[in-house]
Design a protein around this ligand. Structure first.
Ligand code: PXG
Length: 302
């Protein structure tokens, strides 16, 4: 049975799930998206992801033709149609079909697409060993040009940075903002620990305000740890005791090397591992997850 894809209210087999070549999502990267995860039949932080989607859409003058509640139901139906309990959900809203030429006003039908698939960003052993990251020359988008807080379909800034990092032999690329402060990695936010305090770049440092980031800040505060959202330099990272990345796909990944400098004792940090354990505990907590309902227990994807 082939994967079912939701497009504008219909659940289509993958082979029939097609978007026009005149869609401005393809022609200009004009649209917004979210990457959401479901664990054991429950969708993590669904409301937060949908609210961010609507905020991104508002910033680019895109009217999403469905409500938050309708989108939730559409996501649940797609998960059920694919009998998926553990899934990486890609929700995309494109500007829709228009003429060649930039004007978004000529596009009348935004396309709402939901793909429920799986994603494994890093192999499990990297969560114990940690990863190395490297600062790349590609600067994160200028907030007054394309604010990184808008999760839009044009990811070329991140793709160029990622490629630069991979070509130089690093696992992940660290991007600075236009002022030279630490921004984020190509699909993850960054945190560091120093003197029992947790630091992360300020949400106006030219970053995506990650939902995992917000969750980790909440977890740390709940443990009585002081969290500072600040403007950080690479030097701050070099003298940190621990460092880690956060993202929906990656969860919490320890960083053990930054620009060739060993972080702390070169192993995944104590607080990092504590937070990862607590984060994984939250993923099945009914208070922060929503059930996709009536999924068969013990499902497996055909
Ligand atoms: N920064 C950027 C630039 C991102 O794209 C994050 C931070 C982490 O945000 P969340 O809300 O997930 O904690 C992201 C997340 C994909 C994909 O291919 C998308 C992201 C990360 C990894 C893969 O859909 N975006």
């Amino acid at each position: 049975m082939s994967l079912k894809i939701f497009i504008n209210g219909e659940l289509l087999p993958l082979e029939e799930a097609k978007i026009s070549v005149f869609d401005h999502g393809l022609l200009y990267g004009d649209g917004v998206f979210e990457g959401i995860r479901a664990y054991n039949g429950r969708v993590f932080k669904l409301t937060e992801h949908l609210e961010r989607l609507f905020e991104s859409a508002r910033a680019i003058f895109l009217e999403i033709p469905m409500t938050i509640e309708e989108l939730k139901q559409a996501i649940f139906s797609t998960l059920r149609a694919n009998n998926m309990k553990d899934s990486y959900i890609r929700l995309v809203v494109t500007r829709g079909v228009g003429k060649l030429g930039l004007e978004p006003g000529k596009c009348t039908n935004p396309q709402v697409i939901i793909i429920t698939d799986t994603i494994q960003l890093y192999p499990p052993k990297l969560y114990e060993k940690g990863i190395d990251i490297l600062t790349v020359a590609t600067v994160r988008n200028h907030p007054e040009s394309l604010n990184p807080r808008i999760k839009c379909l044009n990811y070329m800034n991140n793709i160029l940075a990622k490629t630069e990092g991979l070509n130089a032999g690093a696992t992940e690329a660290l991007m600075l903002n236009k002022d030279g402060f630490v921004a984020e990695c190509t699909g993850q936010n960054i945190f560091m620990v120093k003197g029992e305090e947790l630091y992360t770049p300020h949400s106006n440092s030219g970053i995506l305000k990650g939902i995992t980031r917000d969750t980790v800040i909440g977890l740390a505060k709940g443990k009585g740890i002081k969290v500072r959202e600040d403007f950080l330099t690479r030097y701050d990272l070099y003298i940190a005791e621990e460092c880690f990345l956060t993202g929906t796909a990656a969860q919490i990944v320890p960083v053990v090397k930054i620009d060739g400098r060993i972080v702390g004792d070169g192993k995944a940090g104590r607080l990092t591992l504590e937070l990862l354990k607590e984060y994984r505990g939250l993923l099945i907590n009914p208070e922060v997850t929503e059930a996709a309902e009536s999924l068969e227990p013990g499902y497996s994807r055909p």
